[in-house]
Design a protein around this ligand. Structure first.
Ligand code: HAM
Length: 420
């Protein structure tokens, strides 16, 4: 085991690293257009931050957390998601609401690894605090859709939405589900039998075949909406229609975390096998007050970076290099100074430490350099260099003190930044 990664974790190399950063960077930039401020919480928290918020019936709490006692005997958990930690931050730092917070980084769940599912995975996470208005829900979903378009994956991903209604709705629906599922108690899967007591809504999530048949006859949440809940949901659906965001109402969508009320949604795809949710979230109006904060309505969602990366065709547009080709001992020495000067002017420079003109030209070609700078004794004494456009094969002599400008002229408009 000394030379392999832990199951469910991954190294990120080269292009993949850039693709990963591209997703984070794009999410951060686009979130700022919607007024989100960036925050970063630690990757571990006191265990209660999660156990008091995510819900007893959630898989995360029951079987997926990386929890350990630190050397001081405190129970610590690697964050399995961001929402609870960001709520902890909001309450602890007494941040003024309304406020919108963006964060990104790793999260940890002890799940069975498969395509699109890791034990260390990464999220882009968006939370909007302090807004009761359904416009906040619409705006967040619009942001999610905006991101999908930016990543070029909006065609493969569709929005499923549901409303769990308010406390009264959930309470009544819960009772209705309990009395319905009790009739089939012995036929339900073990997981669903446990959920019947803890959180019967989660049974609707079951993938078990027999459960699914039973679920098809279960009461529908829409029959239990209070007037207020229904109107809230309708306003959101109307908003989505006005903004041309296609959606499907899925009345079985309940989400795997217990803190939600009213709106829940998932952007799902068929292209990732069974791990279909790319972005997922919802409203959680009672979470902040349940951990000691003021009553603060809130809504948020998170996206799995690995899942976005699986779907996007984003190619790293790596900058093409300036290749130095010194000829002779003095020129070799000058190459160090020249490389230093060019790099400090923001140019990507490569050069071999030794070799003939021919082998160095071959290497410049292999590296797909855009510009070659060729200089020997003659150029050094006349304070000039030969510059070659490697695409056109054109070579000309330029003044040494005009070098940066001359290089930019060869690149023209097409020079890409080193990273994106
Ligand atoms: P979640 O549905 O547990 O919600 O996760 C959100 C997204 O994280 C998923 O849709 C998926 O893309 C990604 N994800 C989750 N688990 C894994 C995994 N094991 N491997 C790879 N990707 C994964 C939450 O985490 C909520 N905190 C979202 C939220 C924010 N609700 C309100 N605000």
């Amino acid at each position: 085991m000394i030379n392999q990664t832990v199951r469910g974790t991954k190294d990120l190399l080269f292009d993949e690293w850039y693709r990963f950063k591209y997703v984070q960077q794009t999410a951060s930039e686009i979130s700022s257009l919607y007024g989100f401020l960036p925050v970063e919480t630690p990757i571990f928290e006191y265990t209660e931050v999660f156990t008091k918020t995510l819900g007893d019936s959630s898989d995360i709490i029951n079987k997926e957390m990386y929890t350990f006692n630190d050397k001081g005997g405190k129970s610590i958990t690697l964050r399995p998601e961001f929402t609870a930690a960001v709520v902890r931050l909001l309450v602890e730092k007494k941040l003024q609401t309304p406020i919108k917070l963006f964060s990104t980084g790793p999260a940890f769940r002890y799940e069975r690894p498969q395509k699109g599912r890791q034990r260390q995975f990464h999220q882009i996470n968006f939370e909007a605090f302090g807004v009761e208005d359904p416009k906040a829900d619409i705006e967040l979903i619009t942001l999610a859709q905006h991101l999908l378009t930016e990543f070029g994956i909006d065609k493969n991903v569709r929005l499923e939405i549901n409303s769990l209604g308010d406390g009264e709705t959930i309470g009544k629906y819960r009772e209705a589900l309990i009395s319905y599922f009790k009739k089939f108690q012995n036929d339900l899967s073990e997981d669903s039998q446990n959920r019947l007591i803890k959180n019967p809504l989660r049974i609707l999530d079951s993938k078990d075949k027999t459960d699914k048949e039973i679920i098809s006859g279960a009461p529908k949440i829409s029959d239990y909406y209070t007037k207020k809940s229904l109107s809230f949901f309708e306003q959101i659906l109307n908003g989505l229609t006005i903004l041309d965001i296609p959606y499907t109402v899925n009345d079985k969508l309940v989400r795997g975390l217990d803190y939600y009320c009213h709106t829940v949604f998932e952007f799902v795809t068929e292209d990732l096998g069974s791990q279909g949710a790319v972005f997922a979230g919802g409203r959680y109006d009672n979470l902040v007050s349940s951990v000691g904060g003021k009553h603060t309505p809130a809504i948020g969602f998170a996206g799995g970076i690995e899942r976005v990366m699986e779907l996007t065709n984003y190619l790293v547009k790596e900058e093409r290099a300036v290749c130095l080709i010194p000829i002779g001992k003095e020129a070799e020495e000058h190459a160090l100074t020249l490389a230093n000067e060019l790099r400090r002017n923001g140019l990507y420079v490569i050069y071999e430490y030794s070799g003939t003109l021919k082998t160095r030209m071959r290497k410049a070609n292999q590296a797909d350099a855009k510009v070659a700078l060729i200089f020997g004794d003659e150029e050094l004494s006349s304070k000039t260099l030969k510059i070659k456009d490697m695409d056109l094969g054109e070579e000309k002599t330029i003044a040494r003190n005009n070098i940066i400008k001359s290089i930019h002229q060869v690149y023209g408009q097409n020079r890409k930044s080193r990273f994106w």
